[in-house]
Write a protein that binds this ligand. Structure first.
Ligand code: FMN
Length: 335
């Protein structure tokens, strides 16, 4: 029988349990995307709070990227020394850390798949690879490709939103092509001993979006090429819930279990994971191996330590979504 507190490996790293901090934009970087002392403190609390792996907030890979305020960036080598300090601190607290990389669009616009030329697509692929090498130099244990939540990459998976007319659109294989090229580029540049993960939408929960078909295709190919873990997410705008999935908790369980049946690499599931007994049951009845958390750790960064000490601990997160605050993303109810 598996337990939520098993020590396991994902790619090059050992995790002290099966809980992962899912990427969560803190809105605490300075205006140039550099980490601030306040942001470092968030990571100190997370590393001490017991999670098995931290995934950073989405980090911008190009200089003129369009993102919400206070996002981290890694688009040139000047970022490396301060990230080295950050990764050393997290490692000293016994936790591995992976940087999430994102491309939202550039020059002030959130991009859709129709925007870039082939040359621009290749430039974006290259930027992912170069950013991964910087992350490796800075001591991160790996990177995660952000292909979820209606952001640029996940829109390629959506048959309705991907209106291109070339070989990046049409069949599921074509819609997954861009993501596969990014994975190949990162692996080729950063090497086999560096973790590469993906967070990918299983559904946008829009009519005939075709996302699950392209997600399955992408996951199958990524697993065959040696990706270290796949985090299943969903929704394009808001976190899916009971209405979209039929579940109040661990809402993407059926999608994640289906992907886990098809691939032989670790599968992580995000989305309203709140109760230890529910996750324990899913761990032992499906192939889902890891449970990632975002909002509950804004409320209680030490939730995993609390769960380990008392399995009956209830997550105090209300899933109220009021954590996006202009002066930094915090839980309004946290003590
Ligand atoms: C304030 C906030 C910021 C987020 N930032 C990111 C992000 O940078 N990258 C990402 O992949 N998901 C991001 N998410 C989504 C979460 O990682 C997660 O997928 C979602 O909140 C569902 O998980 P939960 O029920 O544990 O909160 C963010 C969510 C919140 C509430």
């Amino acid at each position: 029988m598996k337990t939520l507190f098993d020590e396991t490996r994902i790619g090059p790293v050992t995790l002290r349990n099966r809980f992962i901090r899912s990427a969560t934009w803190e809105a605490m970087a300075d205006s140039a995307g550099h980490p601030t002392e306040r942001l470092v403190e968030v990571y100190r609390n997370l590393a001490r709070g017991g999670v098995g792996l931290i995934i950073t907030s989405a980090t911008l890979i190009i200089p003129d990227a369009t993102g919400p305020p206070g996002m981290l960036a890694i688009h040139d080598d000047s970022f490396i020394p301060e990230y080295r300090d950050l990764t050393s601190m997290i490692h000293r607290n016994g936790c591995p850390v992976v940087m999430q990389l994102v491309f939202p669009g550039r020059n002030g616009g959130m991009w859709s798949p129709a925007v870039p030329s082939h040359e621009e697509i290749h430039a974006i692929v290259r930027s992912f690879g170069e950013s991964a090498v910087r992350a490796k130099d800075a001591g991160f244990d790996g990177v995660q490709i952000h292909a979820g939540h209606g952001y640029f990459l996940s829109q390629f998976l959506n048959a309705k939103k991907n209106t291109r007319t070339d070989n990046y659109a049409g069949s599921a294989g074509n819609r997954a092509r861009f993501i596969l090229e990014i994975f190949d580029e990162i692996r080729a540049r950063a090497g086999k001993d560096f973790g590469v993960l993906i967070k990918i939408n299983c559904s946008d929960f829009e009519e005939d979006d075709g996302v699950f078909e392209a997600c399955r295709y992408a996951c199958g190919r990524l697993a065959a090429r040696g990706i270290d873990a796949i985090e299943i997410t969903g929704g394009a705008g808001s976190v899916p819930g009971l209405k979209e999935t039929g579940f109040e908790e661990s809402v993407l369980r059926n999608y994640a279990a289906e992907i886990a049946r098809e691939v032989s690499v670790p599968v992580i599931m995000v989305g309203v994971n709140r109760t230890l007994s529910v996750m324990d049951q899913l761990l032992n009845s499906t192939g889902i191996g890891y449970f990632s958390l975002s909002r509950p750790l804004l409320r209680q960064p030490d939730l995993v330590n609390l769960w380990e000490n008392d399995p009956g601990t209830v997550s105090e997160c209300l899933s109220c979504d009021q954590c996006r605050q202009p002066e930094g993303n915090i839980c309004l109810f946290a003590s």
